[in-house]
Design a protein around this ligand. Sequence first.
Ligand code: C2E
Ligand code: MG
Ligand code: MG
Ligand code: MG
Length: 277
Amino acid sequence: HAKEDGRNALRFFEVAMQTELTLRTILETELRIGIEKCEFVLFYQPQFNRENQLIGAEALVRWQHPTRGLLAPADFIKVAEETGLIVPLGQWILKSACKQLALWQEGLESNHLVLAVNVSARQFAQKDFVETTLKALELVKAPPEKLKLEITESIVLDDISDAFMKMGSLKNAGITFSLDDFGTGSSSLSYLTRLPLDQLKIDKSFVDGLPERKQDALVAQTIINMAKGLDLHVVAEGVENTEQLTFLIHHGCDAFQGYHLGRPMPIALFTTVLSVY
Ligand code: C2E
Ligand code: MG
Ligand code: MG
Ligand code: MG
């Protein structure tokens, strides 16, 4: 019986694998079509400073899937990265973000806003990433100083000298850089601090435990102090309640983002928020 059970288990495993493979293939095809048909939309999550002023937003992509409704990045970014489709998708994201930045320039109440855009490693590794990014800005006359690229350690790990060169060129043009999910990676601090960064973003996983969880409190404080020492701006993501916000303000964090202050929202809603602040 044992042999038969084993065979059944194997068969079950094969079926499960096959199903997953089929689903992935479908998702890949749908993604390809979705990019062609422009089924994606940017949501904007507000960022505030210590005086509770609206200083900018993070652009977060959503997929208006033809049958499954509005999908979050967790449902498609991984496959987009593995298939390379993140490259055309990322280009669309950059272009859309630049268009929005250009529109904000026209209004007195919005011309100070900085827009943060996530860049995936695969996208950053493209030979023409610098050129494409600068072109996206130029095309709509958006100010480079208002574009902030959110990168992760993985970008740097792939090819350090390439990352240094690209970041240098983009910084020369006025673009700023934030290191996203800071504290969750595994690269050495000394070398992260040598990157031409402007901002560290404290990962939500550390903000979650504030203020009670001693380890998280220590990590958050350490990141803030390190940012100060390195002359970097520091922003906290995933701020969900007053206690977390109070702790972060008390310890010197510069900026805040999270459900407590505002969820990612369509541009129409963000514009309404803007008129209130
Ligand atoms: P991220 O860059 O770290 O973005 C922050 C994520 O945390 C967003 O999830 C945001 O909606 C969520 N968040 C913000 N505040 C709170 C909060 O208070 N509580 C909770 N529970 N969550 C909060 P989202 O939009 O689902 O994006 C997830 C990840 O997908 C992003 O993490 C980023 O890595 C990736 N992503 C999103 N948009 C893009 C994009 O345009 N391009 C690329 N390459 N990646 C993107
Ligand atoms: Mg981000
Ligand atoms: Mg983040
Ligand atoms: Mg995060």
